[in-house]
Design a protein around this ligand. Sequence first.
Ligand SMILES: NC(=O)c1ccc[n+]([C@@H]2O[C@H](COP(=O)([O-])OP(=O)(O)OC[C@H]3O[C@@H](n4cnc5c(N)ncnc54)[C@H](O)[C@@H]3O)[C@@H](O)[C@H]2O)c1
Length: 343
Amino acid sequence: MTRVNVSVVGVGRWGPNLTRNFYSNPDSFVVSVADKDITRLKLLEPHYPGIIITESADVIFKDSTVDAVVICTPTAMHYELAKKALENNKHVFVEKPLARDSKECKELITLAKKMNKVLFVGHIFLYNAGIQAVRKLIQNGDLGKIFYYQITRTNLGPIRTDVSSLWDLASHDLAILNYWQNAMPTKVSALGGRFINPGNEDTVFATYTFSNNVLANIHVSWLNPKKVREIVIVGEKKMVVWDDMDLSNPVRIYDKNVTVDRPESALVDTFAGFRASIHEGDTLLPKIRINEPLYAECDAFLKAVRDPSSCITPGEQGLAVVQALEATDRSLRENGKEIPINY
Ligand SMILES: NC(=O)c1ccc[n+]([C@@H]2O[C@H](COP(=O)([O-])OP(=O)(O)OC[C@H]3O[C@@H](n4cnc5c(N)ncnc54)[C@H](O)[C@@H]3O)[C@@H](O)[C@H]2O)c1
């Protein structure tokens, strides 16, 4: 199998991680990295002997030896850089969110099809072993009918100024929900606060409804004392907590539910009667083989270059996430009004 020649555009905070993972993958060869900030390039260069560094992404686009380009710049540059890469016959990996709006996403999808190239979106959590294990539980029916998801993604920073916490953080959660539900939500109502930057919400509380009435509440913030990456899934038969901060046991399955044989009377007037309506069984900690999701994601991109049908995070998924984010922004502007999400 020939190696895929990869180049990375944007090596600020996150790009060096992508560079490292493609560099260590036997199926790829990192030809070059571009960043308009020379100090970022100089920091990276000593770790990768022989790598070409350049302040101009155009050098990469014009290099016919480059098969694939990884775009890891702020969101505002994703569309322009991905477009140029596709026009120059490269496969493209774009960090999330795919672009600033759905119009840009649609153009990239159309262009990728026309050029017969892969457009892959960095929805990294779909390559997280815990998220994959929970998907199996949901889709095998082990949890029964899903009632709701409670999602918390908070921390103190890193604070971005190019996009809101919604676009930065909830893009991950919408991609996860899409992966678990095999569907996107159809309605949203959201409130948020611009406590640090006047232009962008640093804190958002958004509630999504799916067509089958499953509810998902997403709380994202980079103005919070606690780093939390947690999803509570409440099903009719069982409940699950996915906690990405728990490296030993990221998934906990609670054999808890409200039994059907609860007292006939609408009024449960004794403590014993109340207890009888609640089933509390064991808590199971399934063994999850912890992977580096970023390595798995980069590997999936290389596989997608060879076999586009293997791609689980294509441009279309990036578009659907952006469409949900746009509707959420509308609800934020209209003080929490419920907004239908059109795909
Ligand atoms: N998957 C994840 O978990 C994850 C984590 C962090 C960031 N990200 C995503 O990665 C992207 C970058 O985030 P970051 O935190 O590294 O941002 P950053 O601002 O730290 O780095 C961006 C880099 O891009 C460079 N750049 C900007 N425009 C350029 C251009 N036209 N040509 C070449 N270089 C250019 C900047 O000089 C900077 O060094 C964002 O889309 C973000 O959402 C994803």
